[in-house]
Design a protein around this ligand. Structure first.
Ligand SMILES: CC(C)(COP(=O)(O)OP(=O)(O)OC[C@H]1O[C@@H](n2cnc3c(N)ncnc32)[C@H](O)[C@@H]1OP(=O)(O)O)[C@@H](O)C(=O)NCCC(=O)NCCS
Length: 400
């Protein structure tokens, strides 16, 4: 029997079934837990979305309050986690690395790591989801020479995250924008970090390991690491326009050609599954414009949309065979900048949202109980003959 065909990057390969989200790449439609993204993301609280993903339905008012309070009660991180974050801050590590290291220590918060019951797993799912914002905010403040702000159990997940970062209760528009963002990125089919978490848990490893692996995957610029560079691009083009006196469109055109003709990639554009505009870009674009209008300053939004338009034209001209459109990261950058975050916080904040999807997929994979183990076609040598080291020439072995 001949080997099955290799599908590079597993593009288009179906690996399992999921009830969590449906990504329709050619139509630009994203469904999360049965709801169109456009309906769910701007209306739901993050706790409602978590309930939807973990338990497959929206909560009643009392269930929602119960889940909110339960998560709020799990926010505090173990002292050794804070000590580790202090050591990371001394080395000025990127926040994403500190998050990965911090989450690894959350096994310390586990009452009995050897308990593999579904009840214990559910507590772990909630505990990790509740504590990720605390790890990020604690590290961020330590990195900037500030005392960490303890979580406030009275306020919701998104509001508390901003509060722990900024040290003051934030304007409700900013909280709503952040909540719309984390809802928008909570799940997205079999993306790389989700797949990573499922691969790890499929060996019957533990949930902390699966989430740590997912964070490592999310960090890469081809996955969750793009929004910082996407915003930097807008700022750089703006600075060039200020310096040259040309308009921003003209500078964007020069910049985009330089990058693409030099073989580079423009962050915030292109997607493995979407061949049309990423639907999350629209939801986040709407959230961003509301946010900027609320503070009466739409200059950055206007510049960003001007850059976006030009980049899309340049990509269509220089990569005519590809359909490269705006992806989620471009507007992520605008929303998160608008709520007062610096770019080093963008990917960790992506994790604050995506952990809802990771944990729900982990639960699905545990229920599926099937080891993920694909194959590779061997392309190396065969029939080499072992030679003692003193007899080896350059090749180190004899034979084919
Ligand atoms: C996300 C991404 C990896 C998906 O790409 P993919 O399906 O793997 O497609 P490929 O990497 O095979 O690229 C296909 C072609 O399009 C080009 N391309 C894809 N995205 C591009 C971009 N953002 N800028 C410039 N060229 C791009 C590639 O250079 C390649 O061109 P070639 O065929 O002439 O060599 C890719 O679009 C990308 O790198 N985007 C920028 C990073 C980003 O925004 N990531 C966040 C994703 S949500």
């Amino acid at each position: 029997m001949s080997d099955p065909q290799i599908i590079g990057g597993l593009e288009g390969v179906l690996v399992t079934e999921t009830r969590l989200s449906k990504v329709e790449g050619a139509a630009g439609v994203l469904t999360i837990g049965g709801f169109p993204l456009e309906e769910l993301a701007p209306n739901a609280t993050f706790e409602e979305v978590l309930h939807l993903l973990w338990f497959d339905r929206l909560p009643t008012a009392s269930e929602l309050e119960e889940l909110r309070a339960e998560l709020a009660g799990l926010r505090t991180i173990p002292e050794p986690t804070t000590d580790l974050l202090k050591a990371a801050a001394l080395k000025k590590l990127p926040t994403m690395d500190a998050l990965r290291m911090g989450v690894d220590t959350l096994t310390l918060a586990d009452a009995d790591p050897s308990d593999v019951s579904s009840e214990a797993d559910m507590i772990r799912v909630k505990s990790i989801t509740a504590r990720i914002p605390t790890v990020v905010a604690t590290y961020w403040r330590l990195l900037h020479g500030q005392d960490p702000v303890p979580p406030d159990p009275e306020i919701r997940h998104a509001a508390n995250y901003l509060y722990m970062l900024q040290g003051e209760k934030t304007h409700t528009d900013a909280v709503r924008a952040l909540e719309t963002y984390i809802n928008s990125v909570v799940d997205h089919g079999m993306n790389n970090s989700t797949f990573t978490s499922r691969v790890i848990i499929s060996t019957r490893s533990d949930i902390v390991s699966a989430v740590v692996g997912a964070i490592g995957s999310l960090k890469g610029p081809l996955h969750g690491g793009a929004p910082g560079p996407a915003l930097d691009m807008v700022f750089e083009i703006r600075a060039r326009a200020d310096a040259s006196g040309k308009d921003i469109q003209e500078e964007a055109d020069i910049w985009a050609r330089e990058v693409v003709e030099g073989g580079g990639r423009i962050m915030g554009f292109g997607h493995r599954v979407y061949t049309v505009r990423d639907p999350r870009a629209d939801v986040l674009g709407t959230a961003a414009v509301k946010l900027f209008e609320g503070v009466d300053d739409t200059a950055l939004y206007d510049d960003a949309t001007a850059v976006e338009e030009v980049v899309l034209d340049v990509l269509a001209e220089l990569k005519p065979d590809r359909s490269i459109k705006t992806n989620v990261e471009f507007y992520t950058a605008l929303v998160l900048h608008g709520v007062g975050m610096e770019s080093d916080l963008f990917s960790p904040t992506f994790a604050v949202g995506r952990v809802g999807g990771w944990t729900a997929h982990i639960l699905e994979q545990i229920a599926e109980a099937r080891l993920i183990r694909p194959r590779a076609a061997y392309s190396g040598e065969l029939d080499r003959v072992w030679l003692p080291i003193e007899e080896r020439g350059n090749g180190g072995s004899r034979g084919g």
